[in-house]
Design a protein around this ligand. Structure first.
Ligand code: 6PG
Length: 226
């Protein structure tokens, strides 16, 4: 069962600003307690704004370790890559040690890339924070409605994605749920129907992320249907 907490914000900008605050607080707590902050990034337009805000806020990221929740199988430098977006918006401007940035090698293709990333995260344990977006069909990361995966896997090779490109790599619902805090960023009119279904308990990919602490949804009024 997924425990859900809805945090309604005025607009997409307020969603991004609230996410920034969550992130800074989570990092401060994790570093004080364990000396490291394991953060999983999301692709998509709403998270992109958070990365731009991070580039401005310049938190002390010396102890941050950054991962990707999903990636699009395109050449490493393709502007449509989630990693490229995160680099352009934030990481390229940050002084975090490069060996603490763990991107998915999606240029290898879904199978090989997923197998490699499985090794990369094998010893990571609980993530401190997982950021996720939600698509208009209720997908999250690259977990799409109607797709079936081996539920024991930590990283999936994804084919036939309805959102381009068709080939992707995604952390599994199980692995994304191994987190102290999961935060969804949801904004815009196009998300209303999926949000309503999510609230009604429909079995969407977003509903399959079930960390012990529950999930926080930062959502703007429009997506909430207000
Ligand atoms: C991607 C993402 C995807 C995204 C949602 C929401 O590859 O684009 O990982 O899961 O987070 O589709 O994207 P928006 O915030 O752009 O609506």
């Amino acid at each position: 069962m997924q425990a859900l907490r809805w945090h309604i914000q005025d607009d997409a900008e307020a969603v991004a600003r609230a996410a920034l605050t969550y992130m800074i607080n989570a990092a401060t707590r994790a570093i004080a307690e364990r000396g490291v902050f394991h953060l999983v990034l999301a692709g998509g337009s709403t998270p992109k704004r958070v990365y731009q805000l991070l580039a401005q806020a310049k938190p002390d990221t010396r102890h941050w370790h950054v991962y990707m929740g999903d990636e699009r199988c395109l050449p490493a430098d393709d502007p449509e890559r989630n990693s490229k977006m995160a680099f352009n918006a934030w990481l390229a401007k940050d002084s975090m040690p490069r060996e603490q940035i763990f991107m998915m090698p999606a240029e290898l293709g879904p199978e090989q890339g997923a197998a490699a990333y499985q090794q990369t995260i094998a010893n990571v344990g609980q993530f401190d924070m997982v950021l996720l977006g939600m698509g208009e069909d209720g997908h999250t990361a690259s977990l799409f409605p109607g797709h079936h995966h081996d539920l024991e896997e930590t990283v999936h090779a994804v084919y036939h994605s309805p959102k381009p490109p068709p080939e992707r790599i995604s952390l599994s619902a199980k692995r994304l749920s191994q987190a102290c805090q999961v935060v969804f960023l949801v904004a815009g009119h196009g998300k209303q129907e999926a949000v309503q279904q999510w609230r009604e308990g429909v079995d969407l990919p977003v509903a399959n992320i079930t960390p012990e602490a529950g999930v926080d949804v930062l959502i703007d009024r429009t997506a909430m249907g207000e």
